[in-house]
Design a protein around this ligand. Structure first.
Ligand SMILES: [Zn+2]
Ligand SMILES: [Zn+2]
Length: 244
């Protein structure tokens, strides 16, 4: 496994932005190739056309860092880049991305199911830990936890695009019909503050929601049990639901 140095500007786990310029520092602060490959697969699944700017935004790294990383990934035949900048995973690149997603799921499940951490706080931990899992540990985790298709946020082991989700009968909470009951299938998991907000309102995968109205101001009024909330579009469009 090789690691990329983010040689210009990176965000550490503590959220501090460091500007790194020397070779010795470069070796200590890294974002792995798995992060890049997974980000490409995940951004595709969100329905985005992946170009270098997508990755810079998605991974909070600079454009030169992305250019540097892409050179390595192309050399290793893990991605191809079209003339218009569109980045595609090769079969091998996709395999690594999918393997990383499996580990990510296992770690999120380990943290919630074994260590009792909140479902809203395990994604960030998993982002860090997924690279440290050996094949042996991965097997142990899978044995211990048993098979499950979804992570604590309801997202599947197989990434699905918005179109694929719709084919399976899912819709966004912003599209819900007033008067109907729905079940929350999954929520967007890359935004910790949003997850904390959902948790404080009792909105999480598996919960039943009654949609009472879609309002003129773009909000949607829902109730979860006896608890009524009014969600703005930025939050409601991050929730996939299905009719229940
Ligand atoms: Zn996650
Ligand atoms: Zn998750």
């Amino acid at each position: 496994m090789f690691r990329f140095a983010n040689h210009l500007s990176i965000k550490t786990n503590e959220g501090v932005r460091l500007h790194v310029s020397t070779v010795s520092e470069m070796t200590t602060i890294t974002i792995s190739k798995e992060d890049y490959l997974k980000a490409i697969a995940e951004a595709e699944a969100e329905g985005e056309t992946v170009i270098p700017a997508t990755l810079a935004h998605w991974l909070s790294v600079t454009r030169p860092a992305v250019t540097f990383a892409l050179k390595r990934l192309i050399k290793d035949a893990l991605v191809t880049v079209k003339d218009d900048g569109h980045i595609l995973l090769t079969a091998q690149g996709r395999e690594i991305a999918e393997r990383t997603i499996v580990r990510h799921h296992l770690i999120e499940r380990m943290l919630t199911e074994i260590f009792g951490m909140g479902w809203y706080e395990v994604h960030d931990e998993a982002e860090r830990l997924e690279h440290a899992v050996s094949l042996a540990f991965e097997k142990k985790l899978a044995q211990k936890l048993g098979h499950k298709n979804t992570c604590p946020h309801g997202n599947g082991l197989t990434l699905r695009s918005p179109a694929e989700r719709r084919k399976r009968g899912m819709l966004l909470l912003t599209e819900a019909e007033p008067g109907l009951k729905y079940t929350v299938v999954s929520v967007y998991e890359r935004d910790r503050k949003l997850l904390e907000f959902f948790d404080s309102e009792g909105l999480k995968p598996g919960v039943k929601v009654n949609v009472s109205s879609r309002n003129y101001d773009g909000t949607v009024s829902v109730s979860i049990g006896t608890h009524h909330i009014r969600l703005g579009t930025p939050a409601a469009e991050k929730v996939w639901i299905s009719k229940s």
